[in-house]
Design a protein around this ligand. Structure first.
Ligand code: SF4
Ligand code: SF4
Length: 121
């Protein structure tokens, strides 16, 4: 099953995350400036001044890979072009309580709503 091919994903069922390799955390993660503030990666003052400036700093620090000015969304950096930088070696989120909105809403909202790139760990 290729996570980049939503057509191959499986329908989400309660309890499916148990034992899953966190396929959702291998997809590009789009975050807002509010997510960055909650994660402690930017301040309210910086956000009020310039989101582009935050993007330049976070790109240099290796936290984001790009910034989409039209939608004001930052794309988190991925390790080996795949895993989210906040995924640990046990495939658990290291910022779970502060995780981005998009992570909280998956798979209700995502490339194929209601479906997952699930795979055993
Ligand atoms: S891909 Fe789906 S089943 Fe796997 S951890 Fe993410 S939400 Fe849970
Ligand atoms: S922030 Fe956490 S939940 Fe969201 S993609 Fe990264 S590891 Fe997964």
């Amino acid at each position: 099953m290729d996570p980049q091919r939503p057509g191959e994903w499986r329908k989400y069922k309660t309890g499916m995350c148990e034992g899953c390799w966190a396929g959702c955390c291998t997809l590009p993660v789009e975050v807002s400036v509010s997510d960055l503030i909650r994660l402690g990666l930017a301040t309210e003052d910086e956000a009020a001044e310039s989101q582009k400036k935050i993007a330049r700093r976070l790109e240099k620090e290796g936290i984001i890979q790009s910034y989409r000015a039209h939608s004001q969304l930052f794309i988190l950096q991925q390790r080996n072009g795949r895993d989210c930088i906040y995924l640990n070696k046990n495939r658990l989120c290291t910022v779970y309580d502060k995780r981005p909105e998009v992570c909280r809403k998956f798979p209700k909202i995502g490339p194929r709503p209601g479906y997952c790139p699930v795979r055993p760990k």
